[in-house]
Every structure is written in C-alpha cells, then in structure tokens.
Design a protein. Structure first.
Length: 107
C-alpha cells in the first residue's frame, strides 16, 4: 500500500515523496513495477524516481531524528525537495514501537 501511494503521488501528480522505511522492506524494483503499470513510459518513471527520497530508520529514535530533520529542512526552505514535498510515508510505526513495548504485542 505504501509503495502504491508513493508511486501514484510521484507519477500521477508529479509531487515529491519522502519514504521512511522502518522494516527494510522498501523495494525499488516493486516501486518501478507499480510506476510502469501506472505510466508505462520509462522516461516518466525515471523522473518519478527522482521525486522519491527514501531513508531507513530502524528504531523510534531514528524515526524522530528523521522527522526532525525533515521539519528543519521545510522550515529553512533552502531545499526545493522538502519545500515541495506532498507526501511523507512512515511504512510501519509498529516496527519501531513494538521493541520498546517488549515485542510481545500481537496487534
């Protein structure tokens, strides 16, 4: 779902997306497949890839740090990627919160 929404925003609306991968499940190949299904044009897909930034954050502290860096970049307004970003994806909050809670939760 996260990859599909990211692909739609980047390809269809031509807007910037920041993707925070908390579980190591981000797949550029799968994202490309979704984009090709939406657009079909390799040049458009390549341009769409430039509109998606991805970073890994495997614990809650890295997520908070990443969010703070994004916030600072938006406020500073010196990076055009962040000033025109339309979507921020955090793929799994449970992946970073569950270890803090002991990892015994089923929901």
């Amino acid at each position: 779902f996260c990859l599909t929404v990211s692909a739609n925003v980047a390809v269809v609306t031509k807007q910037n997306v920041f993707y925070i991968d908390t579980s190591g499940s981000f797949s550029a190949e799968r994202l490309q497949d979704i984009m090709m299904a939406r657009q079909g044009d390799e040049q458009s897909v390549k341009a769409a890839f430039n509109r998606i930034h991805c970073c890994n954050a495997f614990d809650v502290y890295q997520v908070i740090q990443t969010l703070e860096e994004i916030r600072s970049s938006i406020i500073a307004g010196n990076n055009s990627f962040y000033t025109s970003m339309k979507l921020l994806v955090l793929d799994s909050i449970a992946a970073v919160i569950s270890p803090i809670l002991g990892g015994q939760q089923t929901d």
